[in-house]
Design a binder for this molecule. Structure first.
Ligand SMILES: [Fe+2]
Length: 301
């Protein structure tokens, strides 16, 4: 599952993320539908309203099915701050929402809205927009054949997973911190470094509560399969040096995760790293070269 984790943006003709692994790769009807929605994002300006999508009955059914499964899988597996955010998040359980339907309410709560993405978004745009209160989100729905896992971000991941975070002022503040750091730099290396910290925190972060690892990151929160197995991953204490040298798959279940002792600890760690982040941060902190990324992990069950 990916957000900003590649420098290759999708085009209107749309690669299907990790194509051969995608459950929709061999389904021409799905590809046509997905490509038509992706095409709407071409040339879209950050902050412009997202188009209205007339979702089909089958797409609404996929949303309901995944929403229901995730609600059950969350029980006992997510951290308290996320549970509290979920109580405020305006996310429907019975239909695929339009971006504005959720985003307008998020804006009232934390100043964040969704802005349209067609798929993978380059780091500079994806991360930088967070400084202005915009989170890039797609509109297509995952393939119904594998509804409980998606190898690429879909509307469920973006709106359910990140939308939950963005209903909470504390999490929203962390997204802004990521955005402000990204807005201060321009080199691919510096942006890549921020994206890795983002990946292991707001996408895949784990918080220990009474010694038990609980899901915090949006990718965990929006994946039934990851929620069922993340506690068996190699969960290491938060450490920037370890984190940046840790290879990770951009699709498939994550073999290594990083945990903090609380969401306050997570906030301190992120602010401590991001608030004075600049082009010299890696040298100043004597961080080792970034690990390779992009290998395929163990596929979803
Ligand atoms: Fe994401």
């Amino acid at each position: 599952m990916t957000d900003s984790m590649t420098q290759t943006p999708l085009t209107a003709t749309g690669q299907l993320g990790c194509a051969e692994e995608h459950p929709g790769f061999s389904d021409p009807l799905y590809r046509r539908r997905r490509d038509a929605i992706v095409a709407l994002a071409v040339g879209h300006a950050v902050g412009a309203p997202s188009p209205h999508i007339s979702y089909s009955g089958a797409e609404h059914a996929t949303w309901r099915s995944v929403h229901s499964s995730l609600t059950g899988a969350w029980q006992g597996r997510v951290c308290r701050a996320v549970e509290e955010a979920r109580g405020r998040a305006p996310i429907p359980d019975d239909h695929v929402p339009q971006h504005a339907e959720v985003g307008d309410r998020l804006y009232e709560l934390t100043g964040f809205r969704f802005t349209l993405a067609g798929g993978i978004v380059p780091n500079e745009r994806f991360l930088g927009a967070m400084a202005e209160g915009y989170f890039h989100a797609v509109q297509y729905v995952r393939h119904p054949r594998l509804p409980l896992y998606t190898p690429e971000p879909d509307v469920l991941h973006d709106v359910f997973g990140h939308g939950t975070h963005l209903a909470d002022p504390g999490f929203a503040d962390l997204y802004r911190a990521v955005g402000r750091a990204a807005a201060r730099v321009s080199s691919p290396d510096a942006l890549d470094l921020i994206s890795r910290v983002y990946w292991f925190s707001l996408e895949y972060g784990v918080v220990r509560e009474s010694g038990v690892p609980k899901a915090c990151g949006a990718a965990l929160l929006s994946s039934y399969g990851e929620l069922r197995r993340f506690q068996q991953a190699d969960i290491r204490p938060w450490d920037i040096s370890d984190l940046v040298t840790c290879p990770y798959p951009v699709a498939g279940y994550q073999p290594v995760l990083f945990s903090t002792d609380s969401t306050d600890h997570l906030a301190d760690a992120l602010h401590g790293f991001l608030d004075d982040f600049d082009e010299d941060t890696r040298d100043r902190l004597r961080l080792p070269p970034l690990a390779a990324r992009g290998f395929m992990g163990r596929p979803a069950d």
